[in-house]
Design a protein. Structure first.
Length: 317
């Protein structure tokens, strides 16, 4: 019996690790030439830097992820512990402030101010469209003692997350096939665009795919609307004036979060569809960098940059 897993994003990788750990033969198929889905890194020739496809904050509340990484032998040194205080920059007052997840009641009034930004960043959906029950459950986990710390990948998402998982799977006998895009799935076979894989009677199939892709292969699966995430990476040694590695941007008409790491300034814009309908990505890159001048120390005037537009990033009902 073999379990065939379609999709090597975090869902597919997680399923593969837990099955392999139980001694179940696994065959993992991924359409791209790499694992990780949107949680990955790549070398960019334009900025001459290793960039994360999308910069991720990791909450200590994500026990499933950290348990997975522990299985795969990831050491704590792969992440930077940013503590429990989340920094924000008010674009109107030009001042930094913090919300301490270890003492949420003391920050209740500040929390109301940043709630729309936080909801948009967590759900990739504007607050008035988001499932607030899910948001509330998520926030409750993030203020608990074992979940209120914030972590950033020290070097890259590949180094901290993807590469150790792929290495674990290969060392433990899992078969990983890149460049395999699924065309159709039947009881007796999996049809990829480059080959057909017969299925034995006891074989099982896991479709670890996002909703938009899943709807192509499974009947009665709704093709949900999605929102776009915009990521812009600037080659710059600029630093934040608060001395931190990141900050949320309150009252910003464009960017949501800014990160500085390893000579790169990265900006994330969640639910960016309306913004991209008004401006081209290159125009946004210039305007966003100009708007960050108040919180960055000595940014380059015209640094090389890379824009990543992730369409269909999150499905919403």
């Amino acid at each position: 019996m073999v379990v065939h897993i379609i999709g090597a994003g975090l869902a597919g990788l997680s399923a593969a690790v837990h099955l392999t750990r139980q001694g179940v033969p696994v065959a993992l198929y991924e359409a791209a030439a790499h694992a990780g889905g949107r949680c990955r890194s790549f070398f960019d020739s334009k900025t001459q830097a290793e960039l994360d496809n999308g910069t991720h904050l990791f909450m200590g509340a994500n026990h499933a992820l950290f348990s997975l990484l522990e299985i795969c032998g990831v050491k704590s040194g792969a992440f930077v512990d940013e503590g429990t205080k989340i920094p924000f920059f008010n674009m109107k007052t030009k001042k930094f402030f913090q919300i301490n997840l270890a003492h949420p009641l003391l920050s209740i009034f500040k929390a109301k101010r940043v709630l729309p930004l936080v909801v948009k960043s967590i759900m990739n959906t504007p607050k008035d469209q988001a499932d607030m029950r899910m948001v509330f459950k998520t926030l409750c986990k993030c203020v608990q003692k074992d979940g209120n710390r914030v972590y950033l990948a020290k070097k890259s998402l590949n180094d901290a997350v993807v590469d150790p998982i792929v290495s674990y799977l290969r060392k433990n006998g899992a078969a990983i096939h890149f460049g395999h895009r699924l065309k159709a799935a039947y009881e007796e076979e999996l049809v990829f665009f480059n080959k057909t894989v017969p299925l034995e009677k006891d074989d099982m199939v896991i479709l670890a795919l996002p909703a938009p892709a899943l709807s192509k292969y499974v009947r009665d699966i709704n093709e949900y609307a999605t929102n776009t995430i915009l990521n812009i990476h600037y080659k710059s040694n600029a630093v934040l004036k608060n001395g931190r590695s990141y900050a949320g941007l309150l009252h910003s008409s464009r960017a949501d979060f800014v990160f500085v790491r390893n000579g790169v300034v990265s900006v994330t814009v969640s639910a960016a569809d309306a913004l991209l309908a008004q401006y081209s990505p290159d125009m946004l890159a210039g305007r966003i960098l100009q708007g960050l001048a108040e919180e960055l120390v000595a940014p380059a005037k015209s640094p090389p940059y890379r824009v990543r537009v992730n369409t269909g990033a999150t499905a919403r009902p």
